[in-house]
Structure formats: C-alpha cells, structure tokens
Design a protein. Structure first.
Length: 155
C-alpha cells in the first residue's frame, strides 16, 4: 500500500456513524454560539498565539476559488539554532495551491472532499519524503496535527 493510500484511509469517515458525527458537530456549534464570549462567525477563536508555539502542522485553507495546503513548522521564538535566522519563527516546508474546478463547487461533498484529500495527501507525501527514515517512522505512527481555515466571503 502506498503512503498516499495509507493517508487517505485514515481520513475516511465511518459511513454508519455519519449521522452521529453530524449531530455531534451541530451540538458543538450550537453550544459555542450560545456560550462563547467571542464572535462565532467567521470562526470561534479561544486564544491567540504568542510566538512560543512549536511543532509541525498540516494546514488547509479552503477558499471560494482556491485550495491551499502546506506543511508548516512553527519554530517558536526561544528555540533558535544555527540553521535559521534569529527572527524566523515559521518555516513552510511543502505547499500547494490549486484553483477549485467549477464542477466541484456544485457537485457532491464526497467528490469535493476526495479532491481535497488527494491534494493534501500529495503535499504530505512530498513532506514525508524529505524526512530521515527515523523521523519518517515517527510521523507515520503519530500523524501530524491539521488546521483548517474556510476563507470564503460571508455577508
């Protein structure tokens, strides 16, 4: 099995549990809308970064016309080493940007999210290919956290 297939298998939703998952999302959003002291739209933000954050993350930005995917390393302010500038706190190690084809915008969710997953898998596969074998095994076993932004206009 290829790395891409392994990655995509981990993203597949259990079809029998989809109604339960959808209800859970609805309950969560209703709770946040009713109890959050922050603005609900465009997204509930509970805290802001302070620059000390570290780690590797896959980030997706789904806009009205483009999908952007990247692997980002947050380096933190305090963890300086000789391989980076003193003011560098973020490093983009892999990235891609694709226009969303018009048929995907009006098609089924399954087709759209399969397309997104395939592009994400390609970026992750390229990133994993750059890693030393020892590190690669850890990433494959533990995974990488994912952040998603929906950046399309709202009224």
């Amino acid at each position: 099995m290829h790395l891409r297939d392994t990655f995509l298998d981990r993203l597949r939703a259990p079809l029998l549990r989809l109604p339960e998952l959808a209800k859970s999302f609805e309950n969560t959003f209703n709770y946040i809308a009713a109890h959050s002291s922050t603005q609900f739209l465009p997204t509930p933000i509970i805290s802001l970064p302070n620059g000390s954050e570290t780690g590797t993350f896959v980030v997706l930005d789904l806009g009205g016309s483009n999908l952007r995917v990247a692997v980002v390393e947050l380096l933190g302010r305090s963890a300086c080493d000789e391989s980076r500038r003193e003011d560098e706190i973020l490093r983009i190690t892999q990235q891609g940007n694709w226009p969303i084809p018009v048929p995907l915008k009006s098609g089924t969710a399954e087709v759209l999210f399969t397309w997104i997953a395939q592009r994400t898998a390609g970026i992750v596969e390229a990133y994993v290919g750059t890693l030393a074998e020892k590190v690669r095994g850890g990433v494959m076993a533990e995974g990488v956290p994912v952040g998603i932004a929906f950046s399309f206009p709202m009224e």
